[in-house]
Design a protein around this ligand. Structure first.
Ligand SMILES: O=P(O)(O)OC[C@H]1O[C@](O)(CO)[C@@H](O)[C@@H]1O
Length: 258
């Protein structure tokens, strides 16, 4: 892995998972099987890898654990299979962050790509009118923020490479799948066309417009370029308080553009 995530952790691809270095904590991965995500795919009967992605929520250096707990922050990592799920590239099923008891609202998530390429896809709501829809194309070292309350999923943008990312989340996170499942997925399905990703509208929603864009600089949250978000936490553990206390940043969530 060329990108340095800021601590001693290595994605594994066969089977999907992670190896933790010395002085690094982390759980056994939770695997998402193809069968468990079928109902949110464009073709629920499609063929694809049996294990689509492996998730480890709460990883980091032992010496940082107290700072994380004190701030109600958790660092999660996910690694994805290569390839396709029928016509779609490998991707996650999509969810909304449920209201967290600690802050009484849905929370944001700060992604950083480690290997491969991703589209971080997000839409304002998962009711019939999905609102603004974005697919942010991110490469290793790039950061993408999903704001509180938005439905989102992670898409493998280069099907020839495994995708791995890290993300800051609130500790008492919860995933809400109800509205996304009621619409049989998110509002735009990615499909692979001659090795490139295109998006087609999911007819279970009202008409919407998709903006495909590059990541931007999040100066309002003091996110620095060319430094992993884990290292930024080590240097300033308060930097990611907007993740666990999103209620203090309401002005910044209004009209948010990822
Ligand atoms: O519930 P899903 O959609 O399968 O995805 C789970 C994964 O999604 C993420 O929230 C990223 O969107 C990870 O932090 C999490 O482990």
């Amino acid at each position: 892995m060329k990108f340095n995530p800021g601590f001693d952790i290595y994605p594994l691809y066969n089977p999907l998972g992670f190896r933790y270095g010395q002085d690094v904590f982390g759980p056994q991965v939770e695997n998402r099987s193809l069968d468990s995500i079928r109902q949110n795919l464009m073709d629920p009967n499609c063929q694809g890898p049996d294990i689509v992605y492996a998730i480890a929520m709460d990883v980091g250096r032992n010496q940082d654990k107290k700072e994380m707990l004190d701030r109600n922050l958790l660092y999660g990592v996910v690694t994805y299979a290569k390839g396709q799920l029928g016509k779609e590239p490998v991707r996650s099923q999509g969810h909304i962050h449920a209201l967290s008891p600690s802050c009484q609202m849905s929370t944001c998530e700060v992604y950083e790509i480690w290997t491969g390429e991703a589209y971080i896809y997000m839409q304002e709501t998962a009711i019939d009118n999905p609102g603004r829809c974005f697919a942010v194309h991110a490469k290793p070292g790039e950061v993408v923020i999903v704001p509180p309350g938005w439905a989102h999923c992670t898409i493998v943008a280069d099907i020839h490479q495994n995708l791995t990312f890290g993300a800051w989340c609130v500790r008492d996170y919860g995933f809400d799948y109800q509205d996304v499942r009621a619409h049989k997925g998110v509002a735009w399905f990615p499909i692979v066309e001659q090795d490139k990703i295109e998006f087609i509208a999911n007819s279970h929603y009202h008409k919407s417009h998709l903006i495909i864009k590059e990541p931007r600089q999040y100066t309002e949250f003091q996110i620095e370029k060319e430094k992993s978000i884990y290292q930024q936490f080590i240097e300033n553990p308060d930097k990611f308080m907007f993740v666990s206390r999103p209620q203090d940043y309401q002005e910044l969530w209004k009209d948010f553009i990822p």
